[in-house]
Design a binder for this molecule. Structure first.
Ligand code: CU
Length: 119
């Protein structure tokens, strides 16, 4: 009778540790899932970027596609990224790794502006 009590006392911390390990591993898997790379599209049409303001998680790749009949560019205010001249249906992609606000414009039509907010 006394021996059985001792086995329980010794086994309890092992069981607690095992439960913590399993739940910890689950937590890690969930956060890894959230950090997965994703892709977001911005459409250039009728002399505007759509959406003009985009909020994404760090690590997101943004792809601009020119759906206009006129050439456009995508140039960051702070020279963080700069596309070549995009003809109709051409694309430009940039992966945002650092949080911050990235204003950009079209160098051919500087009144065309947009913003990517990276969280
Ligand atoms: Cu333009």
């Amino acid at each position: 009778m006394r021996r059985r009590v001792w086995i329980l006392v010794l086994a309890a911390p092992v069981i607690v540790a095992a439960v913590l390990l399993v739940s910890g591993a689950r937590g890690l898997a969930a956060s890894a899932g959230q950090a997965q790379a994703s892709n977001v599209e911005v459409k250039i049409d009728n002399f505007s970027f759509g959406p003009a303001t985009l909020t994404v998680a760090a690590g997101t790749t943004v792809t601009w596609t020119n759906r206009d009949d006129i050439p456009h560019t995508v140039v960051s205010d702070d020279k963080v990224f700069k596309s070549k001249v995009l003809d109709t249906d051409e694309k430009f992609s940039f992966t945002f790794t650092k949080p911050g606000t990235y204003g950009y414009f079209c160098s051919i039509h500087p009144k065309m502006t947009g913003k990517v907010v990276v969280e």
